[in-house]
Design a binder for this molecule. Structure first.
Ligand code: BES
Ligand code: ZN
Length: 619
């Protein structure tokens, strides 16, 4: 990636001359994204017309990506990112004059630069391509792997740099474009995208989409399956397989309220509709904030709406992330830290302070565990990260999420909520549909919040938060009264040994998670048996509780849970659950063998995001 470093100083000069306070096209400045081959300062994409066919028999997507471009530097070529793509031909303009192109050598993780010959006046580049069977973004599910078991299913996951495995694109979060798409699928299936969506199938199996707001490539998304729609209110609704749709719409009934609550905090929702698509259980994440259509794991459907903060989180990304985007993957905390903060504000508004506090405490515990795990001096515990020469996927940790959250909470504690809200509202508005580096955010903070108050600046310890590892000394103390009650019940139980002393009156998911996390390290099998009898953890239908309890069960060799653990690992493909469980298993040699046996059966059910991580663990 030396090439990028070489161009950087020139670009900085270029951008300083060009830039005025509020008019800028940030992608033209090229914020030196080490994870993209594109050279947007020379020639940049502005709009995509996608025309593709989804073929379940060959498990290939093929068609044409027509890019409207701006040849800013009168360059002789435009560079796209590709990985695992077959390029058939490339033409220019509406008259489709064939042009020449080259695919550079394949670089691990990044793929191949596609260099297309253009001329001064080129406005449109038409790329004819086909994906490969193992395209990393795409998961093709056979009917057995769906909830309904009758029809196949396909979904994509583009973040962080997998869009290039199903669309040739300038795959950098600093580059935005609008898109229209035409997608042809088998007639019995519905297609959905991160765009204005259909609400019912049509007989031809041809669907048209429009995303009128400019988005970065990592928000390109497609799902195809036997999918139904059910409205929640006039601007929100749920898509899911028919057998899941009732449960899903019950679980997510508060979506409309969440959108309104979010708007009351940081201003109008700018994307039109907000819908959620519930995917089959192999979806590798909890949720993905694809614009207008969040993709979500079915593992948040607990039956009691107790895990819906995930919806608040993905919705919050409609401001922090989709509206104002991290310029590079090293600025990822700007997306996720802000989103966790906003998520908890939405939860507080809809479900009250108590609920938000409990989630905050659990999050803070996760952060401390991660700091412990990485080592407090590890450079990977800095908010401003350095994932150059690594897969940006490695940046998905509690550092970006929870340390990012704690930083914003620290500012809130210092300046007060009112001032922070006014600042953030202005930040989202003034950078709407743009990408921002950590440094630009800090400049904004200086200018609009700190305003030369040196004392405040020192108090905030900004440099420590952003550029130093570990947790600064001004990190906020967090506690929840509900959890303090659990603490005292546990200590009584430890003395008496009577399970009836764990008489938790309101057995909410948060409280039960807290309980499982605080069971003593030396807990005996008979104690676990008694607790399991009382609380039914092994047979819980709540995925968060299952994951926490099963981790303990593996550590303690609590064999009654083993069949349920195997089933969980085979059915569910959400990496956040898989990694800790497999990690716990491989701590002993017999556990490792057990893990390998399960993995052999389970791996075909996982998306590449998950199996790449687990391959790494079990190798
Ligand atoms: N955008 C992320 C998921 C992601 C991050 C995918 C980086 C690929 C690369 C999404 O918004 C997210 O954070 N999901 C969390 C939800 C949780 C924090 C509520 C998840 O999947 O667990
Ligand atoms: Zn997120």
């Amino acid at each position: 990636m030396k090439r990028l470093f070489f161009v950087f100083p020139i670009l900085v000069l270029f951008s300083c001359q060009q830039k005025t306070a509020d008019t800028k096209t940030d992608a033209t400045e090229n914020k030196s994204d080490a994870h993209s081959f594109s050279e947007p300062h020379k020639a940049i994409v502005k709009h995509l017309d996608l025309d593709i066919k989804v073929d379940f028999t060959s498990q290939l997507i093929s068609g044409k990506a027509s890019w409207l471009i701006e040849n800013l530097a009168k360059s002789e070529e435009i560079v796209f990112d590709t990985r695992q793509l077959q390029i058939q031909k490339i033409t220019l303009g509406d008259d489709e004059t064939e042009t020449t192109f080259s695919l550079a050598e394949n670089v691990k993780i990044l793929g191949q630069a596609l260099k297309v010959k253009i001329n001064d006046s080129t406005k449109k580049v038409n790329i004819y391509y086909t994906t490969s069977k193992d395209a990393a973004a795409v998961q093709w599910l056979n009917p057995q792997q769906t909830a309904g078991k009758k029809h196949p299913f396909l979904f994509t996951q583009s973040q962080a740099i997998l869009a290039r495995t199903w669309i040739p694109c300038q795959d950098s979060p600093g580059i935005r474009f609008t898109y229209n798409a035409k997608v042809t699928v088998p007639a019995e299936l519905l297609a959905l995208m991160s765009a204005e969506n259909p609400q019912a199938k049509n007989a031809a199996g041809v669907y048209e989409f429009k995303q009128p707001n400019p988005i970065p490539s990592y928000l390109m998304a497609l799902a195809v399956g036997d999918i139904e729609f059910k409205p929640i209110d006039s601007r929100t609704g749920v898509y899911a397989e028919p057998v899941t749709i009732q449960k899903a719409s019950y679980e997510f009934a508060d979506m409309g309220k969440m959108v309104t609550a979010a708007e009351n905090i940081y201003g109008p929702y700018k994307w039109g509709r907000y819908d959620v698509l519930v995917l089959p259980p192999s979806f590798p994440f909890g949720g993905m904030e694809n614009p207008m259509l969040t993709f979500a794991t079915p593992t948040v459907i607990a039956g009691d709406r107790s895990l819906v903060s995930l919806i608040a989180h993905e919705l919050a990304h409609s401001w922090s992330g989709n509206l104002v985007t991290n310029a590079t993957w090293n600025d990822f905390w700007l997306n996720e830290g802000f989103t966790v903060y906003f998520e908890r504000r939405i939860i507080e508004a809809v479900y009250g302070k108590d609920e938000a506090k409990m989630q905050e405490v659990l999050g803070f515990q996760d952060l401390n565990a991660t700091l412990e795990d990485f080592g407090k001096e590890s450079p990977d515990t800095r908010l401003k990260a350095d994932f150059n020469d690594r897969d940006p996927d490695e940046g998905v940790s509690d550092i970006a999420y929870e340390k990012g959250f704690s930083f914003l909470r620290t500012i809130e504690n210092e300046v007060g909520r009112e001032k922070l809200d006014a600042f953030l509202k202005n930040y989202f508005n003034s950078h709407a549909f743009q990408s921002v580096t950590t440094e630009e955010f800090l400049a904004d903070l200086d200018k609009n919040l700190i305003k030369g108050d040196k004392q405040l600046r020192d108090k905030l310890k900004i440099d420590e938060w952003i550029y130093q590892p570990g947790l600064p000394s001004n990190s906020p103390a967090v506690s929840s009264v509900n959890f303090t009650t659990v603490d005292s019940l546990i200590s009584t139980w430890k003395k008496t040994g009577k399970t009836s002393d764990l008489n938790i009156s309101k057995r909410s998911t948060n409280v039960l998670l807290y309980l499982i996390r605080h069971l003593p390290e030396d807990i005996s099998i008979s104690q676990m048996t008694a607790i399991d009898k009382e609380f039914g953890f092994t047979s819980s239908g709540n995925s968060e509780i299952q994951a926490a309890w099963y981790t303990l069960a593996i550590r303690k060799k609590y064999t009654p849970a083993y069949p349920s653990i195997e089933k969980f690992l085979t059915d569910v493909g959400r990496r956040k659950f898989l990694s800790p469980l497999y990690k716990e298993m491989i701590k002993t040699s017999e556990g490792k063998q057990w893990a390998k046996n399960i993995y052999q059966k389970a791996r075909p059910n996982y998306h590449s995001v998950s199996y790449n991580s687990i391959d790494e663990l079990l190798k």
